[in-house]
Write a protein that binds this ligand. Sequence first.
Ligand code: GLY
Length: 312
Amino acid sequence: MGQPDYYSLMVHGGAGAFEYIKDQKTAARYLESINHALEHGRAVLTQGGSALVAVETCASLLEDDPLFNAGCGSVLNENGKVEMDAAIMDGRDLSAGAVAAVQNIANPIQLARCVMIESEHVMLIAEGAKRFADHYGIAQKPDKYFFTPERMEQLKRARLKRKIMLDHDDAEESEDQKYGTIGAVARDREGNLAAATSTGGIVNKRMGRVGDSPIIGAGLYADNETCAVSATGFGEDLMRTLIGKTVSDFMLMQRMDGERATVACIEFLKRKVNGRGGIIVIDRDGNCNSGLTTKKMIHGWIEKSGETVVRF
Ligand code: GLY
C-alpha cells in the first residue's frame, strides 16, 4: 500500500519567554514571518516537492528575515563576528549535511545541503566550508549584510554584563536576547521526512563555539521510520541530551507514538540537565507535535495538508 497522499510541515523561530515583545504589532511581525515560510513550504509540498526541498525553502526564508537569529539576523560573537551553524537531514537514507562557524554565507542551510549532496562528508567548518562554498558558487554576502548597528549595541551590552546571553533565555531575558534559532521539519506526500536547523548561536559566544544546530542527532534528526525533529534553545543542553535522536529512539526502541515521544523527550531534557529549549516533531504518519521547557516557542504548522496554525 502507498503512503497517504498528504503533507505536513512545521517551522520554529526560537524558544524563550519573549518578554521583550510588548506590543501586538511586533508579535504579529514574528507570526507573519512564520506564516510566510509555512505558505512557501506548502506550495512546494502541494506540487509534490520533497520534504527536503520544503525544509530548505522554509529555513532559507527565515535566514533572510533579520527578526531571527540565523542568516542575516545572526548575533555577534565575542570578537564582533558572525559565525553561523546549520544542518539538514533526509529521512529517506539518513543522509545529512552540516556547516559550523561559517562566515559571510547568505544561507548556511543551502551550504549544508550542498555538503550533503556534493561531498562525501557530513560536516565542514570555518575556512574549509568557505572554500567549498566558493567552489560550488554558494551565495556570499559582505560583512555589512550581517553587521547592523543594533547587533553591535546588543554585543556591547552583553560584554558589559560580562556574560554569555542565551537567545530567548527564560531566566534573565532582556531586549538583547530577542534572537532565536530557526528550524523546519516536513513530511512530503510520499511519506518522506526531512529536518533543517540554522542559527547564529548565542550573543557574545566564544570564537569557534559550535552549538547543537549543526550536530546531527542534537539540533535535528530525520528518519522515515520514526520522525523529523528540529530543536531550539541552549545548545549545550541540547547537545548533551542528543535531543533530536532521543525523540527518534523513543519511537524506534520504546515504540512510543510521536506525541508520547515528544513529551518523554522534554521530560528527559528537564530531568537530566534542567535543559532550556524546545522541539518541533513530525512523526512518520504526519502528526505534528511540539514540546518546550521555556515559556514559549515561536512556531507554526500545517498538519496533514490542513490549515496553517501559527503561535508563540
Ligand atoms: N540552539 C542554538 C545554539 O545554542 O547555538
